[in-house]
Design a protein around this ligand. Structure first.
Ligand SMILES: Nc1c(C(=O)O)ncn1[C@@H]1O[C@H](COP(=O)(O)O)[C@@H](O)[C@H]1O
Length: 162
């Protein structure tokens, strides 16, 4: 079965990046989650990204905070789709992470998600949608998830004064 890699710059990113893992698990997609850093483990980054396709990954979710070079550097070393997740930084609240990830030069693509946990969850959803192109069970799980979300909103659409 196709699987998804979740990588992050530090264990401190895990509370955010866990949202991607939770989404993949809910949709029945296999994943591996690990720390890889462009700055702190540059050789591991190259080794990981260059072997990701042959190791059976269909997509890579990469989360980092601050000077978040991880998603772009991974994208530079693989043809797999890379989804970049800006993790909230303490100094600038994640704006630095967002701008570091989103402003890729033409020719090397990173799909950038929103800052923080919602963005990480959506990275999981997008990666599952990539897997769903080849996997009917995951496709059905994605469709059911979306339908359930719609039903929940429609069942609670009436507002009253507090
Ligand atoms: N942005 C990067 C990269 C990278 O881009 O490769 N490696 C670590 N980091 C980030 O540094 C922040 C602080 O890390 P620590 O909490 O370990 O000090 C984390 O958000 C991490 O993603």
């Amino acid at each position: 079965m196709a699987k998804v890699a979740i990588v992050m710059g530090s264990t401190s990113d895990w509370p955010t990046m866990q949202e991607a893992a939770k989404m993949l698990k809910a949709l029945g997609v296999e994943f591996d989650a690990r720390v890889v850093s462009a700055h702190r483990t540059p050789n591991l980054l190259v080794e990981f990204a260059e072997s990701a396709a042959e190791n059976g990954f269909s997509a890579i979710i990469a989360g980092a905070g601050g000077a978040a070079h991880l998603p772009g550097m991974i994208a530079a070393h693989t043809h797999l789709p890379v989804f970049g997740c800006p993790v909230k930084s303490r100094a600038l609240n994640g704006l630095d992470s967002l701008l570091s990830i989103v402003q890729m030069p033409k020719g090397v693509a990173v799909g950038t998600l929103a800052i923080g946990e919602a963005g990480a969850a959506n990275a999981g959803l997008l990666a599952a949608q990539v897997v769903a192109l080849q996997d009917e069970q995951v496709r059905d799980a994605v469709i059911a998830f979306r339908q359930q979300q719609t039903d929940t909103v429609l069942a609670n659409d009436q507002l009253e004064l507090d």
